[in-house]
Design a binder for this molecule. Structure first.
Ligand SMILES: [Fe+2]
Ligand SMILES: [Fe+2]
Length: 188
């Protein structure tokens, strides 16, 4: 599979995870569901273990440098996206700390809810910029030989939830995401 297809697939999977996260937050806020720290932690752990350890580092190491070389006018855009990668990882860790703080007291959930919604918006905006600006520029300016190392790097990614061998750890979350995002289950 080529890198463009893999990157778009990974964005789609992250988008579904964020959508499920947002719906869970709403269910808890509207008191239709009790806060489930294990489920929230599984979401954050999946994002941390895949987005920040595989997806973003490969964009930083393989995709972005080639774009700056082939199309130097994209340099500022790429610098901003790389800064997003660092900030996103920091926000995710802070969110995990907020979750720990809220875990023992449901009344504190409002704090987690607000921080989590900001984080969801942040990662959506980041992905949106890559989809609408970076990928079209790469399609336009890369030579066929540029894609070979990028294709090879991204094809080694193994997603622990949506990949070939999903981890047991994400089984409950993956079922929920399928029901919410594919079968449009309102979670009630
Ligand atoms: Fe990125
Ligand atoms: Fe990305």
């Amino acid at each position: 599979m080529n890198a463009l297809t893999i990157i778009q697939g990974e964005h789609r999977n992250l988008g579904m995870t964020l959508m499920c996260f947002e719906k869970l937050l709403l269910e808890v806020k509207n008191q239709r569901r009790k806060p489930d720290a294990l489920l929230f932690r599984a979401i954050l752990s999946y994002i941390d273990s895949f987005l920040y350890r595989f997806h973003h580092p490969k964009e930083d190491d393989y995709l972005f440098p080639v774009l700056c070389r082939r199309y130097p006018a994209a340099e500022e855009l790429i610098q901003n996206l790389q800064a997003d990668h660092h900030k996103g990882a920091k926000l995710c860790h802070e969110l995990d700390e907020t979750l720990t703080w809220c875990e023992s007291n449901d009344a504190r959930f409002i704090e987690f809810h607000a921080t989590a919604l900001n984080y969801i918006r942040y990662e959506r905006r980041h992905m949106g910029k890559e989809e609408t600006e970076v990928l079209p520029l790469a399609r336009e300016h890369f030579k066929a030989s540029d894609w070979e190392p990028i294709d090879s790097a991204f094809s080694k990614n193994d997603d622990p939830m949506f990949g070939k061998e999903p981890s047991q750890r994400y089984k409950q979350l993956s079922t929920l995401i399928t029901n919410v995002c594919i079968f449009n289950d309102p979670m009630l």
